[in-house]
Design a protein around this ligand. Structure first.
Ligand code: ADP
Ligand code: MG
Length: 715
């Protein structure tokens, strides 16, 4: 179906012939165009309609799940097809694509996983690495992987690669890809007048944003407002506060009605769709968004932008393993990008809640790429599994990661048995890489298959993969402690539901086992939604977990992997599930599997109080997170000596989140391996040495730890 008049008016069509010509004549092309030009929605269609897809697919990667889905829906609508037919998408745990699909939107992580199964990516004729300016970890890895695939000696000559970006340092990327051509498309941008505030709002940027929004609404001409905040919690609060402010305006106020809408990645799809619905007459929209509206999602009709100059950003310390999700200043490139959102359809205004001087002198110039501020555990495992001759240290990165981060990843991979003493990937490691889970959860599943508790471990992995199991992000302890009045206010949680949560964690099982028990209890109700509400659980989260459980199960059944032989050997996992209910002893086995999976995240209690010390290159002191499910203490009130944790978060204190108590006897099988993780051996020189000897020893130690752990449990 040819593009409609609305689409043809988008700036990218002005360069249609030049782009098609460049792609026909060159294997790699960089396309640089401002946001809203049509890169994401139109470029793939242009290539398809020009016959450049041949009989394969055009794959388009997005760093964000939400963008992959919304864009696929939009393009399917433009082409008048159902999602999953000509236009489809694939994100982790959710795929709508078929043999009919010609344009497939996907997350960069999904393409990375596909490349493990098919290193030549033979399903695709064209790959578009979209939103490359975001410099997400996975997009950066794909840069290197696709460079290899298009240039090394067994390269795929017919594969076309496009890198598209709004603000990328195009020259740098072109240089990285051996001087490939750059197609620059100028957008149709109206003037945006930028005003800076007279003071910097450090801690009060939130209130300053709210106040500015009301000022704009009351005093500026018609036009929608886009306001940036940093996260879901802040946005929900702002929406409530703004609605209250509007309803308390005097009745004779002459301004339009104000429709306040949130926009963030974890928002349910039906609410996201509202963002694109036309605004009712006589109404102004105020969209309160995270960074997702900076470049990935373009909302039309925006005339005013409010930019507090903040973004929530992940950072990771490879030395201590501490993760932090902190609000940090945006970069100058981002500030310009945000302002640009105001001038897409007419001249606009941008209100920056920081001073001109701060913008000119102190604001960071560019955003640090994710590869330089995140854990590289799964990245290293992918690279190593992709090909034995990839050396993660000397790999051709666009911007190399910190050496400490690579060393930390190698150390953890060794502890998880994913690489051997010479740093080469083990068969177990390549199986881990193929599961759509982080390496720790993948390792846990493999251990569980050996220990005979795979159905339980699948549930735990699925529950941990759902964003929010507890409604309103409460923790089980918070639910248990609510008094009668709070229960009424919570509107949904009933006294009986609260009792159930309390009872399931009475014996202090920690988070993982509690998640398992909650899921089992829900299953017994026939997966009843009211039951979830009564117990303070998020029905959507629980259903998501159920889907994930099914998908993981299918992935394992289809893998035909020897690592799951025991679990698959006596019939399908499904049948195994029917045969058994979770018993006390299977919970013990599950804890062992969790320990083996999270062996790189062990914490030891201090001798005389309930603080924990993590095991690692450099240990840190940490407390249990306040939302941790009850963990049994002894008569002296001391918590278990050993726990493993899912996350170690740096806030004002260091906190362990999602914690499972483990037995000291089992830990003693693991600690020698931790002591043995010699980074110098793992990182270098493995090429020169015959690798066989080392590998044997390590592979034996894997099963030895598992068997030994199994032996100490009374069955
Ligand atoms: P780019 O990738 O260059 O930023 P896009 O292809 O995302 O540009 O957007 C091009 C145009 O399509 C924009 O005007 C945008 O508003 C519109 N658009 C994109 N997604 C949707 C959607 N889901 N619904 C309605 N319009 C959309
Ligand atoms: Mg785009």
């Amino acid at each position: 179906m040819p593009p409609g008049a609305g689409q043809l008016a988008l700036p990218i069509y002005a360069s249609h012939d030049a782009i098609i010509k460049a792609v026909r004549h060159h294997q790699i092309v960089v396309v640089e165009a401002p946001t809203g030009s049509g890169k994401t929605t139109q470029l793939p269609q242009m290539l398809l309609d020009a016959g450049l897809a041949g009989d394969r697919m055009i794959g388009v990667t997005q760093p964000r799940r939400v963008a992959a889905v919304t864009v696929a829906r939009r393009v399917a609508e433009e082409r008048d097809c159902r999602v999953g037919d000509e236009v489809g998408y694939a994100i982790r745990f959710d795929e709508h694509a078929s043999s009919k699909t010609r344009i497939k939107y996907m997350t960069d992580g999904t393409l990375l996983r596909e490349s493990l199964e098919d290193t030549r990516l033979s399903a695709y004729s064209v790959i578009i690495l979209d939103e490359a300016h975001e410099r997400s970890l996975n997009t950066d890895l794909l840069f290197g992987i696709l460079k290899r695939l298009t240039t090394h000696k067994h390269r795929r000559k017919s594969l076309k690669l496009l890198i598209t970006s709004a603000t990328l340092e195009a020259a740098k990327v072109s240089a990285y890809f051996s001087g490939c051509p750059i197609q620059s498309i100028s957008g149709r941008q109206y003037d945006v007048s930028v005003s800076h505030s007279l003071e910097n709002h450090d801690n009060d940027y939130y209130q300053a944003a709210i106040d500015t929004a009301m000022q704009v609404h009351l005093h500026e001409a018609p036009g929608d407002i886009l306001m940036f905040l940093t996260g879901q919690g802040e946005i929900t609060k702002a929406v409530r506060q703004l609605n209250e402010a509007v309803s308390s305006l005097p009745a004779d106020c002459e301004c339009d009605a104000l429709l306040v809408m949130p926009l963030y990645a974890a928002m349910p799809p039906d609410m996201q769709a509202r963002i694109f619905a036309p605004c009712p007459e006589g109404c102004r929209r105020l969209i309160v968004a995270t960074n997702v509206a900076e470049t990935s999602i373009t909302v039309s009709g925006i005339v005013y932008v409010i930019d507090p100059g903040r973004v929530k950003q992940k950072s990771y310390s490879p030395q201590t393993g501490l993760d932090a999700l902190t609000v940090v200043p945006i970069s100058r490139v981002q500030a310009v990008q945000r302002a640009g959102r105001a001038g897409r359809t007419q001249p606009g205004k941008c209100f920056r809640l920081y001073t001109q001087q701060y913008f000119d002198r102190d604001m960071p110039n560019i955003t640090v790429p994710e590869i330089q501020r995140t854990s590289l555990l799964s990245a290293c495992l992918y690279l190593k599994s992709l090909s034995n001759d990839i050396d993660v240290i000397s790999f051709d990165y666009l911007d190399p990661p910190q050496p400490e981060a690579l060393e930390d990843a190698l150390r953890q991979l060794f502890i998880l048995d994913a690489i051997d003493g010479q740093g080469e990937v083990t068969p177990l490691g390549s199986q881990m890489a193929r599961l759509p889970l982080d390496p720790c959860l993948a390792r846990m599943l493999i251990a569980a298959a050996n220990l005979g508790c795979l159905p339980e471990a699948l549930i735990v992995a699925a529950m941990l993969s759902a964003d929010s199991i507890f409604a309103e992000n409460r923790g089980p302890e918070q639910i248990a402690r609510m008094d009668a009045q709070q229960l009424v206010q919570a509107g949904g949680i009933t006294a009986a539901g609260q009792q159930l949560v309390k009872k399931l964690m009475e014996d202090g099982p920690g988070d993982h086992i509690l998640l398992l028990r909650l899921y089992r209890a829900w299953q017994e109700t026939g997966c009843n939604g009211n039951w979830c509400q009564a117990a303070g659980l998020n029905t959507r989260g629980m259903r998501f977990a159920r889907d994930v459980e099914g998908q993981l199960e299918a992935a394992i059944e289809n893998s035909n992997s020897t690592f799951f032989e025991r679990a698959l050997g006596d019939g399908s996992i499904g049948r195994a599930k029917k045969r058994r209910k979770t018993s006390h002893s299977s919970e013990i086995e599950l804890r062992q599997a969790i320990l083996i999976g999270f062996a790189s995240r062990l914490a030891h209690r201090m001798p005389t109080h309930n603080g924990y010390k993590t095991l690692g290159e450099r240990s840190v002191l940490a407390q249990l997170h306040p939302v941790t499910a009850n963990i049994a203490a002894d008569e002296d009130g001391l918590l278990p000596e050993w726990v493993v944790y899912h996350e170690l978060i740096a806030t004002s204190k260091n906190l362990l989140r999602k914690v499972c108590p483990v037995d000291a006897t089992w830990v003693s099988f693991i600690t020698p391996k931790i002591a043995n993780a010699d980074v110098n051996r793992l990182r270098g020189g493995h090429r020169e040495q015959p690798s066989q000897g080392g590998r044997d020893i390590e592979t034996v130690s894997v099963s030895a730890a598992e068997q030994a752990a199994a032996a100490v449990v009374p069955r």
